[in-house]
Design a protein around this ligand. Structure first.
Ligand SMILES: [Fe+2]
Ligand SMILES: [Fe+2]
Length: 445
């Protein structure tokens, strides 16, 4: 059997699985994808008794073939399978379509819901012609304990790759891949809500080539979280996520020499950088039927300040759209957070002070207050030093006392969560830079 025949099957399988994640199993889009998948698999199984797909490390493989390139694109799904204890899937002949549907439905189960080996669930669901198993040591598999943090990183990586693909396609063919966009939005809602900091920290430290798109994704994730906490509808949250993802798209048309220039920009260069707002809106307006007009508005307005200053300058007074006010807070917050390096340390407490200084001028005052109520001064997963010298990780934000979150001490014996709002003398002294003194505690995030 040819390798590309199996690769086609794997692609169809992943698409159908994704469809099931987004739509219901009765949705026509899922049914069409399932029909194609089933026909393809039946054809393969007519040629042989069984099709075995394995996961070696991070790669999908079948027989002698390892699908390196394809595996990179579906790393999040591969991780999900591994976490379900599935490292080998065997499809045998006479497989019924209903079994395949049941199997895909089973893959939608979250890992925490599983309390027995995956194969037992398949048997319970009446699936007899699909078997799942772990790879045996003799099959050359390195036993890898997939940590939560690694799973989150791979989801993040997959999302960044997906956003990069969306941008490439938009530049090349002028079209927006709305299905891919939905995958990203779904992943943001599912995996990133409230966990923004982990991605910034770990993406940086693991040294992946994420810089270009991670800002867009971070702003998107932050905006969705913000909107969600503000009580927006799911659709409005998703629209904001899309707006966050596209807010700087105009920058793709400005040369890197200017964007990455370490020294001060001259006035010509600065004008070019400023033009990204208008360029972005021009790119997005034609797509308003697919992604609504919100992303175009946000691209245009995200550097316009609450008091009317900023850019682009307008000859009349107009209030910015609420989405733009939200994205502009998330944009600056992420830019400051990500700029944190060994040399230029922007700890959360400094970011808070810096942004609060522009409350009511650059930022909508009440929105900024709510933003920090939600994020806290030290967002979830910050590594901090307490004033008794113990090191702790911020686990929960106290929305009414943003300087006193609930923390878990990690430098000494575990003592459960400490609610700093209930402690009179104990408080956070400073943030530990995760590129330096906080690095050893990253594993505890
Ligand atoms: Fe921008
Ligand atoms: Fe930005």
């Amino acid at each position: 059997m040819e390798a590309n025949q199996v690769e086609t099957f794997l692609k169809l399988f992943m698409v159908t699985w994704q469809m099931a994640r987004i739509y219901e199993l009765k949705h026509p889009k899922f049914i069409t994808a399932m029909d194609t998948l089933y026909d393809n698999l039946t054809l393969i199984l007519e040629q042989r008794q069984e099709l075995v797909v394995g996961i070696f490390g991070d790669e999908l493989a079948s027989g002698e073939d390892i699908f390196f390139e394809f595996s990179k694109k579906v790393i999040a799904s591969i991780d999900h399978l591994k976490n379900m204890g599935i490292e080998k899937i065997t499809f045998t002949c006479d497989l019924q379509k209903q079994e395949l549907i049941e199997f895909i439905a089973f893959l939608l189960t979250s890992n925490d819901e599983l309390d027995r080996p995956a194969q037992e669930y398949l048997t319970l669901r009446g699936i007899t012609r699909i078997n799942v198993d772990k790879l045996k040591a003799s099959e050359g598999h390195r036993k890898i304990k997939v940590k939560d943090v690694d799973i989150k990183i791979s989801h993040y990586r997959a999302c960044v790759e997906n956003s990069a693909n969306i941008f490439e396609e938009l530049l090349e063919s002028g079209a927006i891949d709305s299905l891919r966009l939905q995958f990203i939005s779904r992943d943001i809602v599912k995996y990133f809500i409230g966990d923004h900091r982990i991605f910034i920290e770990l993406a940086k430290i693991k040294g992946h080539d994420l810089a270009t798109f991670s800002h867009l994704l971070n702003v998107s994730a932050l905006s969705v979280y913000f909107a969600y906490k503000l009580g927006f509808s799911r659709q409005d949250c998703l629209d904001l996520g899309t707006a966050g993802l596209f807010h700087d798209i105009g920058k793709l048309f400005i040369t890197k020499t200017i964007l990455q220039k370490p020294n001060r920009l001259n006035s010509d260069e600065f004008l070019k950088v400023k033009s990204h707002a208008v360029i972005g809106a021009e790119i997005l307006i034609p797509h308003r039927k697919v992604i609504t007009e919100v992303p175009a508005l946000v691209a245009f307005e995200h550097h316009r300040n609450f008091d009317g200053s900023g850019y682009p300058k307008l000859p009349f007074v107009v209030k910015s759209h609420l989405a733009s006010l939200i994205v502009s807070i998330c944009d600056v917050y992420d830019a400051l957070t990500s700029r944190r390096t060994y040399k230029a340390d922007y700890p959360p407490e400094a970011i808070y002070k810096l942004m609060m200084r522009q409350r009511g001028t650059r930022y909508h005052p009440e929105l900024l207050d709510i933003f920090f109520k939600i994020m806290g001064v030290w967002p979830k997963s910050s590594i901090v030093k307490l004033n008794d010298s113990r090191i702790a990780i911020v686990r929960e934000i106290n929305e009414d006392e943003i300087f006193s979150p609930k923390v878990e001490v990690v430098s000494s014996e575990p003592c459960g969560l400490i609610d700093l709002s209930k402690e009179t003398d104990l408080k956070i002294e400073k943030t530990l830079n995760t590129l330096f003194e906080g690095q050893e505690y990253l594993e505890r995030l």
